[in-house]
Design a protein around this ligand. Structure first.
Ligand code: SF4
Length: 459
């Protein structure tokens, strides 16, 4: 399976890649099926299962499905049109996707949260169906939102590969594990980013790749800025106040003061991440990195490097992203980046590993030091559960991204103080994460049925 840097990092909408972006992508795929179908559909139905049902409202899954069936996509999401479209759909009980006739869809009747029947393939299952004038189903598909905005059908899941590479050019560095990655780096004398870049160039030209990388960073940077400048409360009912703006103002006021303790640098890293995750919680545009819940770690680490490390060079941001994507692809291929599958170790843990690798690379680390940085960051997130209060991607998620960025920077720094040799290989750490995730109770996998979600009063 080949995962592009643009599979690992995607421009999308908050608050969740698996519960918001994925269902919207699934709806878009179903509309494409309908457009290609010889049958004339009259109405639509949708059902959400497993984690999508349990935490769907908190993650705005209902909103994503309704808008998705109306033709909205994460990539081209227009926030200014969304509320008006939702009001129209609820009022008229129909959707109007481009290229199809208007289809009956009353969200109150046709969107079902099925808490009793989990689908067999994955915790995040959904079924979409189209009906004829008699109400009989004429087309149906089952989709699984497997994390990071990736969506597979039942058949694709059973085939075991959501990225069919049949007929595509082989990539020059087909690494599937960290051991492969290091071996290929030693043989080729190339950095991880250079190998990843060579792979990407079999799928697109250099101009497209560089423009795409620049767009990713600009979207991340804009998201930080919006989060730092926006005050108020987050939606969802927890009445959580946005904190990034006020903390940032205080940090700016304290800058240069003699009495500022050195650990204040941690607050800078946290505030960048919190800004992104507050935007995500508010349904704003973010870059999945590798998920929305963990979207703050990568941008915070890059912004920390740019603003606080004297040797930082903006021209190397592409190298940062490519290195991080190589590590993220290996984690996704061999374990998971989904909180619903393996808990938060797979989300914020993976993001921290990716960010640590990127930072170590742009600070001059060898491939061995880069692999070591990723391993340290992931190892010290092992076992971390996913237990968002009220199913909202707010508590513990927003602060957790700040702490993830701090760990990423510490891991990169520690690795650069050694020569890259270390006791635990990254592959062993990834396999440990996978096994730990398998053994983890379902209560701690994005169901909001355990942990903080049940121990913190939220009303
Ligand atoms: S606790 Fe972690 S995995 Fe769960 S929703 Fe929050 S960020 Fe995602």
């Amino acid at each position: 399976m080949y995962l592009s840097v643009f599979d690992i990092f995607k421009v999308g909408i908050g608050p969740s890649s698996s519960h918001t972006m994925g269902p919207m992508v699934a709806a878009a795929r179903f509309l494409d099926l309908l457009r290609a179908s010889p049958f004339q559909a009259v109405g639509l139905r949708a059902s959400l299962h497993g984690s999508l049902a349990f935490t769907g409202v908190g993650h705005a899954t209902d909103r994503a499905v309704i808008l998705g069936l109306d033709g909205f996509t994460p990539e081209h999401y227009d926030a200014s049109r969304a509320d008006e479209a939702l009001a129209r759909i609820r009022r008229e009980a129909r959707v109007k996707p481009a290229g199809l006739t208007a289809l009956a869809f009353d969200p109150a009747r046709d969107l079902i949260f099925d808490y009793e029947h989990a689908l067999p393939g994955h915790a995040n299952g959904m079924r979409l169906s189209a009906t004829d004038a008699q109400g009989d189903v004429i087309l149906a598909e089952t989709y699984y939102s497997i994390g990071g905005g990736f969506v597979v059908t039942q058949a694709e899941l059973e085939a075991g590969d959501s990225h069919d590479e049949t007929g595509r050019n082989p990539v020059p560095y087909p690494f599937l594990t960290a051991a492969d990655l290091l071996d290929m780096a030693r043989r080729s004398g190339k950095s991880i980013a250079a190998m990843k870049r060579a792979n990407e160039l079999t799928r697109m030209d250099a101009k497209t790749l560089d423009a795409g990388l620049a767009r990713l960073w600009h979207t991340m940077a804009d998201c930080i800025e919006r989060g730092l400048s926006t005050d108020g409360h987050l939606p969802g009912g927890l009445n959580i106040r946005r904190r990034a703006h006020a903390i940032h103002e205080r940090l700016k006021a304290e800058r240069g003061m003699n009495m500022t303790p050195p650990h204040t640098i941690n607050d800078w890293m946290s505030v960048y991440a919190m800004a992104v995750n507050e935007e995500n919680a508010a349904g704003g545009q973010v870059v999945t990195a590798p998920t929305n819940g963990a979207a703050g770690v990568m941008p915070a680490t890059i912004r920390y490097w740019l603003d606080h490390v004297p040797t930082a060079q903006p021209s190397r941001i592409g190298e940062f992203l490519l290195t991080a994507a190589a590590i993220g692809g290996i984690i996704k291929h061999n374990a998971s980046i989904s909180g619903a599958e393996c808990g938060c170790q797979a989300e914020v843990g993976s993001a921290a590993a990716m960010a640590a690798a990127g930072l170590a690379a742009v600070m001059g680390g060898t491939p061995e030091q880069v692999e070591n940085a990723a391993e340290i960051a992931l190892e010290h997130h092992l076992g971390m559960t996913c237990d968002p209060v009220k199913g909202l991607v707010q508590v513990p998620c927003i602060e957790r991204n700040g702490l993830g960025a701090i760990k990423a920077v510490s891991a990169a720094s520690l690795s650069l103080r050694g020569d890259g040799t270390h006791f635990v290989p990254l592959d062993a750490c990834i396999e440990t994460m996978r096994q730990t995730g398998q053994d983890m109770s379902e209560k701690y996998k994005e169901t909001a049925l355990g942990g903080l979600a049940v121990n913190v009063p939220n009303c």
